[in-house]
Write a protein that binds this ligand. Sequence first.
Ligand code: HEC
Ligand code: HEC
Length: 302
Amino acid sequence: MLKIICYIFPLVIYLFAKEPISPIPLNIKVNIEKADLGKELFFDTILSKNNTISCHTCHLLNQGGVDNLQFSVGIDGKLGNINAPTVLNSIFNFVQFWDGRAKNLHQQVFGPVTNPVEMDNNFENLITKLNKTDYKNKFESIYKDGITKNNIADAIAEYEKTLITPNAPFDRYLRGDKNAISDEVKQGYVLFKTQGCIACHHGINIGGNLYAKFGIVSELKSKSKGRYEVTKNELDEYYFKVPTLRNIELTAPYLHDGRIDNLEDTVKFMAHYQLGKSLNEDEVQKIVLFLKSLTGQLYNHE
Ligand code: HEC
Ligand code: HEC
């Protein structure tokens, strides 16, 4: 039943929406003071227990918002067990993390700060440290209650809203510039729809708005059981948030466990395990070209 809903629902969207993909907005409204404070925190290793790791250590903005590692390296060289997704355009995801355990960007911040293999800190310690610095005045000028756990998350989440990537060639095409992409990219887009990728990858983030099973047509095993880890409901076993495909050419390696290091093989893998199809080389190349047309420009909120 779930599988049927998983296909029917996107199909209905696909048939009735003018386009199943919408462009990233050219501008986004943010509170500039909060976003600037959040930016400073995002790049600051003070967030970690021993002042060595910042958010940017694993989410490099000039590398598509990731670290390009299979598993991230956190505090004291400790290795994580899941591939870092991009922070870019994460504001458009319906939930955060592969298993959706954070319902928004604000809640997400609490994860890495206290994760023992990432920043290994606690908020009491962090707030004490921050209060001994310039941050004290900065927070007090914005927030009546100064430095608190929620205000730290609020500022970082506000900054993350600015991490959008408008103006990808494909978005310029959607906005009416018919020459923004080549004929091959257009054919790739048609294949992306007709082969069925669009059933899961659609909307503004071309992903990020539903969970789907990892291995629908053919069974797949992975260490993480995805959404099941949160709900403990058997029906959720191996369900993961469908990831965004924006800037995907920059964010190798791919899949939640970083098991594939290139786009061509990932496309073939998806066709095989998610759709039960085998694509020919020409089709794979065209879909990859379409995916590469989804690379945008980092927005500047200042
Ligand atoms: C040591 C590396 C590391 C650090 C440091 C780190 N992250 Fe992450 N980030 C990850 C990994 C790995 C995941 C995926 C975890 C999961 O889904 O279980 C992730 C997930 C995310 C997501 C969810 C994206 C999505 O599509 O679900 C956001 C947003 C994010 N991080 C922002 C931040 C912010 C903000 C900070 C700093 C407070 C930070 N990260 C620090 C590695 C890191
Ligand atoms: C039934 C839903 C579904 C369909 C259909 C589907 N995908 Fe996916 N896609 C997913 C899920 C879920 C993931 C994440 C899997 C994981 O790592 O656990 C994913 C991951 C990806 C990734 C890797 C993203 C990353 O950041 O690592 C790419 C690229 C991709 N899909 C492209 C495609 C293409 C191209 C097609 C069509 C040939 C397609 N997908 C069809 C659900 C789907």
